[in-house]
Design a protein around this ligand. Structure first.
Ligand code: PMV
Length: 361
């Protein structure tokens, strides 16, 4: 399946000026996507929690093109300022999706984008940023051609397009929980786009909190795309892909039945496996920091002492995600404030939780 459509070209009379704005969240994979092939196709299925307070807000302004040309005409402001690096990345993304939205080259495009989380907090912004852009393009198509008026059709296309910007971005389209990658466990699942999972999840997991400890801010030494490519000659690659499928099976069951302990076991196994894959890659590297390990030990000790279902996850960086259900927030927050926040840069942690997904503004 491909969404390429050469017919989506605007008649001269239909060209006009306008703008579209979307707010789209980041997401935290519990079973991780790590290793890809072809056009951003995952080596294993992944399942994520859609976040709420960590989001990107993007406005796409368009106007009939002043000077005709075959390349994209784009200017970009990131948090109110020009940003050459990000502008190039967005331009590359728009070039890639031109066969899907050929009308993009008929317009002068201006992107204004900002994140809710502090600049260079170490939070991966590609999922929220790329999903927000994909949603803007789908809205633009629908405004001009009226082709995406059914929600399900719109969301699927947005997820497909977001995937081409950044694999994990395809999961940000859906509320609460999303699965990306073909698996016999979920009918209709696909490597090309994510599918919604909220309805297959026990209500306790709709109340999940994610306190994100900013252990170290700044850009990481090894990007996710470099990490994905290191899986190509990784000695443990095949074992990893098998384990990911096994963990996915366990996670789906835990989410369905509301089993917090089983959920936490998978979340922690996956986080540590992701980092062990980095440490055992052909060119090994470490993204955890000393305080990441201390924070993990404190989470384990707190859980042992209190019996509370508090678990951790990690993304491809040093920042620890502390996960727990809403019911125990009054017991957990004092622990986070006194024992974990001091391990963070400037004692900063972000309070996030399961979110309702993107919103058009
Ligand atoms: O979407 P990418 O290419 O930035 O890769 C994301 C990789 C992880 O964040 C580590 C895992 C995931 O599934 O989100």
């Amino acid at each position: 399946m491909t969404y390429e459509n050469p017919k989506l070209i605007l008649a001269h009379s239909a060209l006009r000026e306008g703008s579209i704005m979307w707010k789209s969240p980041s997401n935290l994979a519990i079973v991780k996507y790590w290793g890809k092939h072809g056009q951003q196709l995952p080596k294993n299925p992944s399942l994520s929690l859609t976040l709420d307070t960590s989001f990107t807000q993007t406005k796409l302004h368009y106007a009939p093109r002043k000077v005709a040309g075959q390349d994209i005409s784009l200017s970009l402001l990131f948090e109110g300022q020009p940003h050459e690096g990000f502008a190039q990345r967005v331009k590359q993304f728009f070039r890639k999706i031109l066969p899907i939205f050929p009308f993009l080259k008929q317009l002068d495009l201006t992107v204004e984008t900002q994140n809710s989380f502090p600049h260079s907090s170490g939070i991966a912004s590609s999922a929220s940023a790329m999903s927000a852009l994909a949603l803007c393009c789908c809205s633009m198509e629908d405004e001009f051609f009226g082709t995406l008026d059914e929600d399900e059709v719109f969301d699927r296309k947005a997820s497909y397009v977001a995937r081409l910007g950044s694999g994990s971005a395809c999961r940000s389209i859906y509320p609460y929980w999303a699965l990306w990658g073909e698996t016999g466990e979920v009918p209709g699942s696909s490597n090309l786009y994510a599918v919604p999972m909220a309805e297959a999840v026990h209500p306790v997991f709709h109340t999940l909190h994610d306190d994100i400890l900013i252990i170290r801010s700044g850009t990481k030494q090894v990007s996710s795309s470099a990490g994905h490519s290191l899986m190509q000659n990784h000695p443990f690659a095949e074992v990893r892909y098998q384990q990911a499928r096994k963990n996915l099976y366990e996670l789906i069951n835990a989410l369905r039945t509301g089993d917090l302990e089983a959920f936490g076991k998978v979340a922690e196994k996956e986080a540590l496996m992701l980092h062990s894959l980095m440490m055992s890659a052909p060119s090994p590297y470490i993204l955890m920091a000393p305080h990441t390990i201390t924070a993990i030990e404190r989470v384990w000790a707190f859980r042992k002492e209190t019996g509370h279902p508090v678990f951790f996850s990690l993304d491809a960086g040093p920042n620890l995600h502390v996960l727990y259900p809403e019911t125990i927030i009054h017991e957990v927050r004092p622990f986070v404030d006194t024992q974990l926040a001091p391990l963070c840069e400037e004692s900063i942690y972000l309070q996030d939780w399961a979110g309702e997904g993107p919103e058009q503004l």
